[in-house]
Design a protein around this ligand. Structure first.
Ligand SMILES: C[S@@+](CC[C@H](N)C(=O)[O-])C[C@H]1O[C@@H](n2cnc3c(N)ncnc32)[C@H](O)[C@@H]1O
Length: 262
C-alpha cells in the first residue's frame, strides 16, 4: 500500500503533475522520518563518540546498514555494493571528496572515515529534494562531527544544479580538483546528467566518479540514471566498471567512471 502510494507520487513528480500534492506528500514523509531519526540520533552519536566506527570496511558498512547504530543515518544503498565502493575509497584515500545527495548522512559518515585523514569533504543536498528529501537543519551539527580531526567538511544545502552551487563547490576546492565524486541526488535523466557534467568536469587525474542507481528501477520509474549510464558506457572517452550485487535485483547498482588522460 505505502509502496504503491510512493510509486504514484514519484510518477507525478517525474511528470510534474499535481505539484502541490507531491510536495505535501514529500513534506509529510520527511516529518515522519525526522521524528523517527530524532528518537535514535542521540544514541547513534553517543556510540560513535564512545566506540567509533569499525576500521574494517565491511564491519563499518554493516554497522551503518544493518545494526541499530545506523538506524537514523542508514544509507539508501545495498550493503555489498556499498562495501565494494567504500573499499575503493579506503584504498585510494582521496584528498578531496564530493558527494551530491547527503540525505540521512550514512554514506557521508563512511566517506569521511575512509578518505584521507586530511581530506576536504563536501556534501550537497537540497532540502525536500527528489529521491530522498534531504535532511533537516538540526542534523547539520551531527553531520559536521563525522569529519576526522584533520579533515574539513562542508555541507551545502542547495540545488546542485544551480550555477551558484557549482561555483561554491569550486571556491571550496580552490586549486584542487575532485578525487572522488559520488553522484546520488536527482535521479531524473536530465538531473543526473547535469550533475555528471558540472561536477565530473572537476575530476582530478586518476579521480573516480561513482554514479548510484545505474540499474533500471523496477518499482520507481522516476529513476532514470540507467539511461545516463548506458550513454556513459558507450562513450570511449571513459573507462567504466560496475558494482552490481545481482543484475536481477531491480534497483541500485553503482557505476564507476575514470577519465583516462585527465
Ligand atoms: C538517494 S538520496 C541520497 C542518499 C545518500 N547518498 C545515501 O546513500 O545515504 C538523494 C538525495 O539527493 C537530494 N537531491 C535531489 N535533488 C537534488 C538537487 N537538485 N540538488 C541537491 N540535492 C538533491 C535529495 O534531497 C536526497 O536527499
Amino acid at each position: 500500500m505505502l509502496d504503491s502510494i510512493k510509486r504514484q507520487v514519484r510518477i507525478w513528480e517525474k511528470d510534474r503533475r499535481h505539484v502541490w500534492l507531491t510536495r505535501l506528500a514529500t513534506f509529510l514523509w520527511m516529518q515522519l522520518q525526522n521524528q523517527h531519526d530524532r528518537l535514535f540520533m542521540a544514541a547513534t552519536m553517543r556510540e560513535l563518540a564512545e566506540t567509533g566506527l569499525p576500521r574494517d570496511v565491511d564491519a563499518a558498512v554493516h554497522a551503518v546498514m544493518e545494526s541499530p547504530f545506523g538506524r537514523p543515518i542508514r544509507p539508501m544503498q545495498l550493503s555489498p555494493e556499498l562495501s565494494a565502493l567504500i573499499k575503493i575509497v579506503a584504498e585510494n584515500k582521496p584528498k578531496t571528496v564530493l558527494e551530491i545527495g547527503t540525505a540521512r548522512g550514512g554514506t557521508l559518515l563512511l566517506l569521511c572515515r575512509f578518505a584521507s585523514p586530511d581530506a576536504t569533504v563536501i556534501s550537497v543536498d537540497l532540502p525536500y529534494g527528489r529521491n530522498g528529501g534531504g535532511y533537516p537543519k538540526w542534523k547539520e551539527n551531527h553531520y559536521k562531527s563525522f569529519a576526522m580531526p584533520g579533515q574539513k567538511l562542508h555541507l551545502i544545502r542547495a540545488d546542485s544544479h544551480a550555477p551558484e552551487t557549482v561555483q561554491k563547490v569550486q571556491d571550496l576546492l580552490g586549486d584542487q580538483g575532485v578525487d572522488f565524486l559520488l553522484i546520488d541526488a536527482d535521479h531524473s535523466y536530465e538531473g543526473a546528467r547535469q550533475d555528471f557534467e558540472s561536477y565530473g568536469s572537476l575530476l582530478t587525474e586518476n579521480g573516480t566518479i561513482a554514479v548510484h542507481d545505474i540499474l533500471p528501477n523496477h518499482s520507481d520509474p522516476s529513476i532514470e540514471v540507467n539511461r545516463l549510464w548506458r550513454e556513459i558506457e558507450a562513450d570511449d572517452s571513459y573507462d567504466t566498471e560496475t558494482i552490481v550485487a545481482d543484475p536481477r535485483q531491480g534497483n541500485c547498482g553503482i557505476g564507476l567512471v575514470r577519465v583516462p588522460g585527465k
